[in-house]
Design a protein around this ligand. Structure first.
Ligand SMILES: [Zn+2]
Length: 348
């Protein structure tokens, strides 16, 4: 994926901040903190609970709406992400090495995904993509889990890795989402879920072959969105949730301006219910990713992406995108928030 306008103002500000300014800022910051220490107990007693802090960019949005009493609490009968197992999947995916379209490792990964999904309804969207580097076979892989409610929520990621950087193994970019969705498949497997059907989609050909452009990128998602538009499937899709680069141990999922605002609010509500809101939406950016073709087809979309991978995103699309930068907890947080969002959608 790419972010059109970079660097962001937030990054410029952080880069400029010197030690003296930092000290001054500390003093300014300390005063309200001291006042808080004095008055917080009084305030908290009145409110009954700590109010959630909205992201700075979302002060006016309806994020502060109270969570409905009917909404399921975290825990309870809800399936839980097995973080260690999700991480193990990411390890196994990365062990195939670089997995660009057309490579042997890519074929091995296709077989690995298919083997894992044995016993569920799996469908493929196969086609040949014309790229600036020639023709490549592309395979989107879908696992379908039925629900009691008419309509489907799609949870997607991409499993291909960048071609043009030699030795790029994409632990976070390609690996993290692929492993997480395998764990989600474990959670969704079994009894028909009480709510919308869920389709897990491992998209292929997300990465540009040469240079990111409208025609050199998103090969798999563009094809699938068009296919679903033509055959009418698109009208069944209630929401499209995308997970990309969500394994970073320092997890900061950005609020994406190209996603559907009400669905982003729902993601934030799910995160808040789980106590994970500090990992979400501190920054707002516009992201070009696999959700865009579905947004263009009229589907509500939300891209869960942490595009601050290492200081100033320094690990992104480099050979530094390796397993040691990831944390099982980040996979768990994202997985739980995705499932929480699906449950909130069920209640809509
Ligand atoms: Zn990438």
């Amino acid at each position: 994926m790419i972010v059109p306008e970079a660097p962001t103002p937030a990054r410029q500000k952080r880069a400029r901040r010197g030690p003296r300014e930092a000290r001054r800022k500390w003093l300014v910051a300390a005063l309200p903190a001291l006042l808080m220490l004095v008055f917080a107990p009084l305030v908290l007693r009145r409110l009954g609970r700590l109010p959630e802090t909205p992201p700075a960019t979302q002060a006016a949005a309806p994020l502060l709406a109270p969570i409905p009493a009917s909404a399921a609490a975290p825990g309870g009968d809800l399936p839980h992400i097995n973080a260690a197992r999700a991480m193990q999947y990411v390890r196994e995916v990365v062990a195939f090495g670089p997995r660009p379209i057309g490579s042997d490792a890519h074929k091995k990964l296709e077989a690995y995904l298919t083997a894992h999904l044995k016993g569920t309804t799996v469908e493929y969207d196969d086609f040949t993509a014309a790229t600036p580097e020639g023709s490549f076979p592309i395979r989107n892989i879908m696992a379908k889990f039925p629900g009691t409610k008419p309509g489907v929520v799609v949870i997607a990621t991409h499993y291909d890795t960048l071609m043009r950087v030699k030795g790029f193994v994409g632990a976070n970019d390609g690996g993290s989402g692929t492993g997480l969705l395998l764990e989600l498949a474990n959670q969704l497997h079994g009894a028909k879920r009480n709510g919308y059907g869920v389709w897990l989609v491992w998209l292929d050909g997300e990465e540009a072959v040469r240079q990111w452009s409208d025609t050199d990128s998103l090969y798999g998602s563009r094809h699938l969105a068009e296919k679903w538009r033509k055959d009418g499937t698109i009208s069944q899709i209630k929401a499209f949730l995308l997970a990309d680069m969500i394994g970073d141990a320092d997890l900061n999922i950005d609020r994406d301006e190209n996603s559907t605002p009400w669905l982003e609010n729902l993601v934030f509500q799910a995160a808040s219910m789980l106590g994970y809101q500090s990992h979400f939406f501190a920054r707002q950016i516009a992201v070009d990713d696999d959700h865009i073709p579905f947004a263009k087809a009229g589907v509500p979309v939300a891209d869960l992406i942490d595009f601050d991978y290492g200081y100033n995103n320094v690990f992104w699309h480099t050979t530094q995108d390796t397993l040691d930068k990831l944390s099982p907890k980040s996979l768990e947080i994202t997985g739980e928030v995705l499932l929480g969002t699906v449950r909130l959608l069920d209640q809509k």
